[in-house]
Design a protein around this ligand. Sequence first.
Ligand SMILES: [Zn+2]
Length: 444
Amino acid sequence: MTNVFDRLTGQAVVADELRGAAWAARGVSARLDAGVVGAVATSTGSAPRMFDGADGATFGHPASDGDDEVFSGLSRAAMTHAWLFTGPPGSGRSVAATCFAAALQCQSDDEVGCGQCRACVTVMAQTHADVRHVVPQGLSLSVLEARDVVQAAARRPGTGRWQIVIIEDADRLTEQAANALLKAVEEPPSRTVFLLCAPSVDPEDISVTLRSRCRHIALTTPSVADIERVLVDRDGIEPDRAAWAAAVCGGHIGRAKRLATDDAARAQREQALGLARAATRDSTAYAAAEALVKSADDAAKALSAQLDEAETEEMKTALGAGGTGKGTARPPRGTAGALKELEKRQKSRATRVLRDVLDRALVDLAALFRDALVVSMGARVTPMHPDKADDITVPMAGYASPEQLLRCVEAVLECRTALDVNVKPKFAVDAMVARIGMAMRREG
Ligand SMILES: [Zn+2]
């Protein structure tokens, strides 16, 4: 494996910044090892916060106003205890956070994130003892989970330089969970680093105070050409197929790979896009809506079942209830409660998986109507589904007016909103096809 930052597709600026920060952090770590920092802390009588690292780089956290400007006066290689990685889904924000964690722990003398040393390999495989990945499985990350994270983060690192916590989907932190985390981020132990990932810095995604304590790394959507190159070079996908998948994936690298390699993913996309035409006729609309919900449900169930089974077994074993053979003890007290709690979490995760699968389909569908709208207005914008131009979008632009197509886009977006506020998928999707049917029948 080459340097870990080579994995960041189309994010050269981000990779440079993180590399610089990882070098700076090494200097700080060395000073911590030498006890230099301890002396500073004692002399000032306060907890260690911000220190000069190697070559004038600074390790600490931003002042209370937390604006990015705080960093402008510092070296570009400045580093802090809390980072926020933002980017649209598929831009690789959690990959970037993981690469940075590897670079911070990397044992090579010549580079950061060499990709070869034990630290790099284990961080990237998510098995490093001092790098904890927190992936909210349900609809939200609870305050109890957050406290657990904070406690683990306070430990001294075992073999690594830093105790690192990566929180994926930090937008799923509940308000109390965010507050629990905020306290730890404000007074971080000297060897602790938090790496948060969220779609954007919008207050909907991340609390303003939490965001203000973090140094912000913004990833951008990779270009079609970048994605195509990764699929060919990294995954060995045949060039024609890679070009197609890169063009229709909406800038989402993981999805591009799935579309290129997984028949089920391609079938799901076809089904979602087929709804555009099916919805215009009463005879086909509701059957198509039902089929879409059912296939999303099936996909979600299959995925959840896999995860659930392994977890339940693991917990039963941990609780001493799942062992087999002679002398297996009766389940200890509290087992039922723990299993019930696990079931609750699994149910929440199943809901989220179903929603994610459906949301993917709706995003595809909205993009299809938008493509037709672009065609009908004669705008020069790259289509999201170039492969559907001849078959669907160009003909559709021929018989539907821009107003009608716009109403279709709105119908799909309203369905997404409805799912977000817990409307039953069947009702939400039925309502959507009804709206699309109405929009298309109306005189343009
Ligand atoms: Zn390394």
